[in-house]
Write a protein of this length. Structure first.
Length: 342
């Protein structure tokens, strides 16, 4: 392919999309945060699938680290298939859907609202069924996304969630970091991870590791390898990989480690160095790595936004990696843009 792909254009639009969200949805984001502060939920649940579920996993870690409230993922089929009663009095729910109309996500969001939760929908489409099913609906304003593989909608759903969290907790440091993200994204999107392509080579499988919020980015990265490049990739906690999966790591096996500037960075770097010492082709987004090859990253000044910024250079990398393999990242085989499950 010689023309610029839709996926590449959409990756390049992420800084502007984030700025558009933070400026245009400020009132709605603050209102959702205020609703959570007033309700003071004992716990939260998330409702999502695919890349949106990875965004929900990121927000799970962010909320648990910031508030001490446990967050659990609800299986959408509990409502759409099993019609199981759910008790959510005293809870809050966050449903994420780019299209806002997948029947199972909408059904679970509606069930959460009816069960008494402070229900929040993050969507790229208003009006939409998921907005109608929720008490608070945020248009995360990613704009039209043509490529099948979601990029800017994934990022903006997390930016919206972090902005709500900052408003809820009145965390001024997080609020400042979130509002500085467009500038940091503009730097991150230009980073070059070409050495990772050389390390993967002709491999047909790899691991992507992370801890905390970066584990959610690892999960998203593994999905994008599968979607765009036909490469089998599995995401693991950098600690969990030692409990069995490490047996598959033979010499030259590629391993990508996504480390943010947080309390887990040293442990992630150490595990990547250990795997490199065993002969793995290990890469880490950390200056603390010794044996593992280092990939460039952007420091945002906050551990949560640091983790999110890692996805931008990865997206740029995987789009180019897909094309280098002779594939079209805009049209992955057997996939379509909107998947409506029941």
């Amino acid at each position: 392919m010689t023309d610029i792909t839709h996926m590449r254009r959409e990756i390049d639009e992420i800084p502007q999309a984030a700025a558009r969200l933070l400026e245009g949805a400020r009132g709605a984001l603050d209102a959702a945060g205020a609703a959570l502060r007033e309700a003071d939920p004992a716990f939260l649940v998330t409702i999502a699938r695919g890349s949106s579920d990875h965004a929900a996993l990121f927000l799970k870690y962010a909320i648990e680290l910031s508030t001490g409230r446990p967050v659990a993922s609800l299986g959408p089929s509990l409502a759409s298939i099993y019609a199981a009663p759910i008790r959510l009095s005293g809870a809050a729910s966050i449903a994420i859907s780019q299209s806002g109309k997948s029947p199972d996500i909408v059904a679970m969001a509606q069930a959460a609202t009816e069960a008494g939760a402070v229900s929040i929908a993050l969507t790229n489409t208003l009006p939409s069924p998921i907005a109608e099913a929720s008490r608070h609906a945020i248009d995360f304003a990613a704009g039209p996304e043509i490529a099948v593989a979601a990029t800017k909608s994934f990022v903006n759903s997390i930016v919206a969630g972090l902005a709500i969290l900052a408003a809820w907790t009145r965390d001024e440091a997080l609020g400042r970091a979130v509002h500085a993200l467009p500038e940091h994204f503009a730097r991150a999107v230009r980073l070059d991870w070409q050495p990772l392509a050389d390390g993967i080579g002709e491999a047909d499988s790899l691991f992507v590791l992370g801890r905390g919020p970066a584990l959610a980015i690892a999960s998203e990265a593994a999905l994008k390898f599968k979607e765009t490049s036909g490469l089998h990739a599995e995401a693991y906690s950098a600690a969990e990989v030692l409990h069995g999966p490490v047996a598959l790591v033979e010499r030259t096996f590629p391993v990508l480690g996504l480390a943010a500037r947080d309390k887990a960075e040293s442990s992630v770097a150490a595990i990547l160095d250990d795997l490199a010492g065993k002969g793995a082709r290990a890469f880490a987004t950390s200056d603390k790595a010794g044996r593992a090859a280092r990939l460039p990253f952007v420091e945002t000044g906050h551990p949560l936004t640091d983790a999110l910024a890692l996805v931008l250079p990865f997206y740029g990398f995987v789009e180019a990696f897909s094309r280098a393999r002779g594939l079209n990242p805009d049209q992955p085989v057997a996939l379509k843009k909107v998947t409506e499950t029941r």
